[in-house]
Write a protein that binds this ligand. Structure first.
Ligand SMILES: N[C@@H]1[C@@H](O)[C@H](O)[C@@H](COP(=O)(O)O)O[C@@H]1O
Length: 239
């Protein structure tokens, strides 16, 4: 799964060496970044002209905090390839004025030309980035209060639930949808239910990822466990 994802990202980088890549974090992405780093070492894929924008970041965590998304993406990707650090962008969860930071991030994405390819994971309830069920499809970069399911799902990375931050900054759903191409990676049994719902084609704010059904260029890469509840009819068409 990660190999396939890395091939698609590599293709994008080769075809357009100054692409803007939208990046995601989370357990699912680790293999994809590892595969990209392998390619970089073996084939010398260059990221010198690439720009990146990350989907989200917790509010209140230092970039050096091991659970911050800054730390994650530096460790899994940026520190291991030749991308110049000043071409990589993440929301600043330490900004004094978080509202202003959200607006700044949204305009920055526009200024650099928007994402050519957005890498995306999905939460068990269908969230994308930190956009929880009920978030408007028109939303741009904004502050979110993290729902308890999300905090619980992420608590394995912190040692106590109380240590999981209560707020985050996330690209909005409209921000994500502006990407020219979207690559959704889904892994494991826990995601099977949401994948089955996604492939019904029904678009509802109760499942934020369902908006992807209206995007013209989405690739879903999933493992067998994540696909295990997909109906035989859908399998024939999509798998
Ligand atoms: N904010 C992140 C999302 O960007 C990520 O895609 C999702 C799935 O994470 P995982 O791949 O660990 O299941 O949850 C987190 O809360």
């Amino acid at each position: 799964m990660s190999r396939k994802a890395a091939d698609i990202i590599n293709d994008q980088v080769k075809k357009k060496p100054n692409s803007v890549l939208g990046l995601a974090t989370g357990g699912t992405m680790m293999g994809a970044y590892a595969a990209l780093v392998d390619d970089y070492k073996q084939n010398g894929t260059s990221y010198q002209q690439i720009k990146t924008v990350n989907l989200d970041e917790y509010i209140g965590l230092e970039p050096e905090h091991p659970n911050s998304y800054h730390y994650y993406i530096n460790g899994h990707f940026f520190n291991r390839v030749d991308i110049p650090k000043d071409q990589t962008y993440l929301p600043n969860g330490l900004a004094k004025d978080i509202e202003a930071e959200c607006q700044h991030y949204e305009s920055l994405i526009e200024q650099i030309g928007g994402m050519d390819l957005q890498l995306l994971g999905i939460g068990q309830n269908g969230h994308i980035g930190f956009n929880e069920p009920g978030t408007s499809f028109e939303s741009t970069t904004h502050i979110v209060e993290l729902a308890s399911l999300m905090r619980q799902a992420n608590s394995c990375f912190f040692n106590r639930l109380e240590k999981v931050p209560t707020h985050a900054i996330t690209m909005g759903i409209a921000t994500i949808m502006k990407s020219k191409k979207i690559l959704l990676l889904v892994s494991g049994k826990k995601k099977a239910h949401i994948i089955a719902q996604l492939f019904t084609g029904k678009v509802t704010t109760q499942i934020p990822a369902s908006i992807l059904n209206t995007h013209p260029n989405v690739i879903v890469i999933a493992d067998q466990e994540a696909l295990s509840l997909l109906s035989p009819e859908k399998r024939k068409v999509y798998v």
